[in-house]
Design a protein around this ligand. Structure first.
Ligand SMILES: [Fe+2]
Length: 279
């Protein structure tokens, strides 16, 4: 293995958003995304067949943790050992959706990432398909963050966006063949950028659009097709203004495919039209 392929394959499994109004948020996600909600402490656990989310009391639009599912307990043990050997502080972690033995690490911006084995196989199907697939953060220290996630944790660079000085403005990284399960944008502050649910085809995007229309939830960006990742997309916003993406046809890449580069321009983020440029 030429490079660190440690966490491969890993998939984004669930994450925890914080909000000053977790009840309002939970009700929106039930209505907009078809979740079933159950109380979890002072917050809510939102369950779907292929998408799980927690909404906890706290500051608006913070991510308490993001968690990635590994193959099995042996994979998890290997990841824990090798990340620790690389000098990363590994802690035990508990979440109701992972079996005992989950671990967490903290990145340079203070974001917590957990790795574990789901305590239940996903069963059934969601009324509208959309597997939780990627999460994206904005960071003031893009180079350090990319180095941490690729060199230490084992993500693989898919596409890097470069400005006119050839400095990176964004990086999309994969942990299985899907083009990115984690993205980072260069900004002046550390924050959540958006998260995404991958549906199965263009007709699903149509059905999501019709569903959002029935719910009086406006699409705030799209429909479009990303350059980096080649996926079709629409975006809506939850009551806290967090950007929620529905995607389809995300590009698949082998581990061996080399990282590519894109210019910092709107077309990189939307081949079909205007884009949301973060810097
Ligand atoms: Fe996205």
């Amino acid at each position: 293995m030429a490079e660190n392929q440690l966490i491969w394959p890993a998939r984004l499994h669930h994450f925890a958003l914080t909000s000053e109004n977790p009840g309002v948020m939970a009700d929106w996600y039930v209505r907009a995304m078809g979740y079933e909600k159950e109380a979890h402490g002072d917050g809510w656990l939102l369950r779907g067949a292929e998408r799980h989310l927690m909404v906890l009391p706290g500051k608006k639009s913070q991510v308490a943790f993001s968690s990635y599912a590994l193959t099995d307990a042996a994979h998890l043990a290997d990841v824990a050992e090798k990340i620790a050997a690389a000098g990363c502080n590994v802690e035990t972690f508990e979440t109701p959706l992972f079996a005992d033995g989950a671990i967490s690490i903290t990145d340079h911006d203070g974001n917590v990432f957990a790795f574990g084995v789901p305590s239940q196989d996903s069963t059934g199907s969601d009324k509208l398909p959309g597997r939780l697939q990627h999460i994206v953060f904005a960071t003031p220290q893009l180079a350090e963050q990319v180095s941490f996630f690729t060199d230490t944790i084992g993500f693989r660079k898919s596409d890097t966006v470069l400005d006119g000085d050839q400095d990176p403005t964004a990086c999309f990284m994969r942990s299985d063949p899907e083009h990115h399960s984690l993205g980072l944008f260069r900004t002046t502050e550390s924050r959540l950028d958006h998260f995404c649910f991958e549906s199965t085809c263009w007709n699903d995007i149509r059905d999501w659009g019709d569903h959002f229309s029935e719910q009086r939830i406006p699409i705030v960006w799209g429909a479009g097709r990303h350059g980096a990742g080649n996926n079709l997309f629409i975006f809506v916003e939850d009551p806290d203004g967090n950007k929620v993406e529905i995607s389809a046809e995300i590009e698949l890449m082998t581990w061996e495919q080399a990282p590519r580069e894109w210019p910092h321009e709107e077309r990189t983020l939307n081949l079909w039209g205007t884009a949301w440029l973060r810097s």
